[in-house]
Design a protein around this ligand. Structure first.
Ligand SMILES: [Zn+2]
Length: 255
C-alpha cells in the first residue's frame, strides 16, 4: 500500500457509535514517513470540531506499548482531510509493523474529561442562544466563542449548567438527512464549522428526552457523555470580551 492509499483508506471510527469504548483490537494498515500509524479501526478520536485528539497506547502482541501522543485526520496530497485516522506516536517511540495486530487503548481518564467538557459546550449553546464562532476542548479547559455583543453573567451560566447537570438529561446520538438539515438551518449553531455533508446523512447530538421541550440538538461529530449528570462539576471560570461581537466563555473543572 502506498502512502496515499494508506491515507485514503477509511479507518473504522468505533468511537462515533460508542464513545465509551476504551480499547479495541486493530491491524496496522500503514506507518507513514513521519511515523504516524494508521489502523484499520480505532477508538482514538482525531482532532476535529474543536475537540483535541486522543492520547493513549498501542499494545503489541508481546506486551510492549507504543505511546500515542495525539490523533489526527489523515491528509491527502492537497492537504484535505481524509477518512484515515493517524495515531501520532510520542517522540522516539518504535512503531509497530504494517500488518501487525495491536490493542488500541485510549487514555480514558483524559478522554472522559474531554467528553464532560464537550457536552457542557452543548449546554452553553442552550443557555446562550447566540451563534457560535469558535470552540476548543482540551483535557484541562474548554472555551466557546459566541458571536454577540451583550453581557454574559458567569454566575447565571453556572447556575444554568448546575441545574441541567442535576436534572440528568439523556444525551443521544442520531442522524438527519442533508435535506432535513437544509430545511432546518437553525440547527447549525456554529458559524465556523459546517457539518460534513455528502454521505446523505449528518450525525446529530440531542440533549434532552425526545418529544420533551428541546434542550439542544445540533450536528456534531465529537464524543459526549451519555447523560448530563456525568458532567459533574464543570464551571465557567472566565468570560472574556474578544472583540465588539465576540464573547468567550471559558470552562474548567470545579475545585
Ligand atoms: Zn458535540
Amino acid at each position: 500500500m502506498t502512502h496515499d492509499e494508506a491515507l485514503s483508506a477509511p479507518t473504522r471510527d468505533l468511537f462515533r457509535e460508542d464513545a465509551y469504548l476504551r480499547e479495541c483490537r486493530a491491524t496496522v494498515a500503514a506507518v507513514l514517513p513521519d511515523g504516524g500509524i494508521v489502523l484499520d479501526r480505532t477508538v482514538f478520536y482525531p482532532l476535529g470540531g474543536g475537540q483535541a485528539g486522543d492520547a493513549g497506547v498501542l499494545v503489541r502482541a508481546d506486551g510492549r506499548e507504543v505511546p500515542i501522543a495525539d490523533t489526527r485526520k489523515g491528509k491527502d496530497a492537497e492537504g484535505r482531510p481524509t477518512a484515515a485516522i493517524v495515531h501520532v506516536p510520542a517522540p522516539g517511540a518504535e512503531p509497530p509493523a504494517v500488518g501487525e495486530e495491536v490493542t488500541a487503548r485510549i487514555d480514558w481518564e483524559r478522554r472522559h474529561r474531554l467528553m464532560r467538557f464537550h457536552t457542557t459546550t452543548h449546554l452553553l449553546c442552550h443557555l446562550v442562544a447566540q451563534p457560535v464562532n469558535g470552540c476548543s476542548v482540551t483535557p484541562d479547559a474548554a472555551r466557546l466563542d459566541f458571536h454577540m455583543d451583550g453581557p454574559l453573567d458567569a454566575a447565571a451560566l453556572n447556575a444554568g449548567i448546575a441545574r441541567l447537570v442535576a436534572e440528568a438529561h439523556p444525551v443521544a446520538i442520531g442522524a438527519i438527512t442533508d435535506a432535513e438539515l437544509d430545511a432546518q438551518p437553525d440547527l447549525v449553531k456554529s458559524m465556523s464549522v459546517q457539518p460534513p455533508r455528502g454521505s446523505g446523512q449528518v450525525r446529530t447530538v440531542r440533549v434532552g428526552t425526545d418529544g420533551q421541550p428541546q434542550i439542544d440538538l445540533q450536528p456534531c461529530g465529537g464524543t459526549h457523555v451519555a447523560n448530563t449528570a456525568e458532567i459533574g462539576g464543570v464551571v465557567v471560570t472566565k468570560i472574556e470580551k474578544k472583540g465588539a461581537m465576540a464573547r468567550r466563555v471559558v470552562l474548567g473543572f470545579a475545585a
